[in-house]
Design a protein around this ligand. Sequence first.
Ligand SMILES: *Cc1c(COP(=O)(O)O)cnc(C)c1O
Length: 391
Amino acid sequence: MREETTVVHSGLHPERHHGAVNPPVFHASTILSETVAEFRRRRQNWILEQPGTYYGRFGTPTIEALQEAIAALEEGYRSVVYPSGLAACAGALLAFLSAGDHLLMSDTVYGPTRNFANGFLKRFGVSTTFFDPLAGHSIESLIRPETRAIYLESPGSLTFEVQDVPAIAEAARRRGITVIADNTWGTPLYFKPFAHGVDVSVQAATKYIVGHSDAMLGAITCTKEAWPKLRRSTHELGQTAGPDDVYLGQRGLRTLAVRLKQHWKAGVALAEWIARQPEVERVLHPALPGDPGHAIWKRDFTGACGLFGVVLKEGITERALCAMIDGLELYGIGSSWGGFESLIVPFDPRETRTATQWPHKGPCFRVHAGLENVEDLIADLEAGFKRLRST
Ligand SMILES: *Cc1c(COP(=O)(O)O)cnc(C)c1O
C-alpha cells in the first residue's frame, strides 16, 4: 500500500464496530468480566500483548486505532499515545535513561524538551551535553562510556537545521546507544525515522496529526527491540490520553496526506516570496534550494510541512516587526502550529542554545502556512512589509 492509502485505512476495523467507518469513542476506565476466570484471562492477555483490554489506562479500541495507524505510517513496531507532545518527549527519555547515564541532546531541540533535560533529568541523576545539530559523524567525539541516549530533532525547532540522522545513528548503533528523534516537523509521512536508524520516534500529534488546533496529543513509536522498555515505562508512568482527544487525532490523521501537500506548497510559496524582500537576511526553510540543509533534506525527506523561519536584517527594530505582525489579518499570533490556520510568532534563537552560536543579529519570526488561499496570504504579508518599512 502506498502512503495515502495507509493514512486512510490503517487502524480502522469496521468489522469490529458494527460496520462503522470510524472507531467508537470508548469512555472507559473499568472493563468488566463475567467471571474471575475471565478477569484473570484478560489480565494475562494484556501481559502477553494479546488483543483485548482489561483496564482503560492500558488501551481501548479508540486508542488502539490511532496507535496502530501511527505505527504503520512511521513504519515502526508499536506506538503509544501520550496526553501531549511534550509528555511524549519526556516519556521517551524516561524510558531509556537511568541515574548515572549521560544524554546527548541536539542544541536546537524544542525548548521545553531542553528544560526537561536540564530540570527533571538532572534532578534524577542524568547529565546532558548539548551538541551542534550539524555534528553528523563527529558526534563520536562526544560519546562517553555512560552515554545511553542521543536525542535528535530535525529540522531544529525555530531555526530548522537539518541533521544527518543516519550518520549520528550509525555512531550510536556501534555502541548500543538509543537514538530518539522528535519527528513532528517531518510528520509520519515525510520522514521515516526507523529507515534512517532511529530507535524511538516522538510526535507532537497536537500539530499536524490532530491538524485542527483543537486537542493536545503525543505519540511515541519505536522498534521491536526498544518496545519492552517503552511499554514498561509508559505504564509505570500511567501515561495514556483522553478518548476524545485520541479520537480527534485519528480523525485528523485521515486527511493528513492531502493537508500536508497544501501546507508544503503554501509554505514554499510564502518562503520564496519573503526571501525576495530587501529587509530579509535569510529564510530558514530546508526545502529551498539555497538552504544549508537542503541537500540532506532532499536525501532523507520526501516532503516539507508548512513551518519555517525568517531572519530580518540587523537594525530592523522590534517596533517595526510588531507593526508588521500586529496588523496581519490572516495570521494568528500564537504558539503551536500544524492546524488549518496560518500563524506567525517572533522568536530569538539566542535565548536557548548553548553549544552553538547564532550568527545573525536581526529579529526573527516563524511562519506556519495554513490552508488559506496562497495569494491572500502573500497579499497580507505584503501589507505587513509595507508597515514594517514605514515604521
Ligand atoms: C509543539 C512541539 C512539541 C510539544 O507538543 P505539545 O503537544 O505542545 O506538548 C514537541 N516537539 C516539537 C518539535 C513541537 O513543535
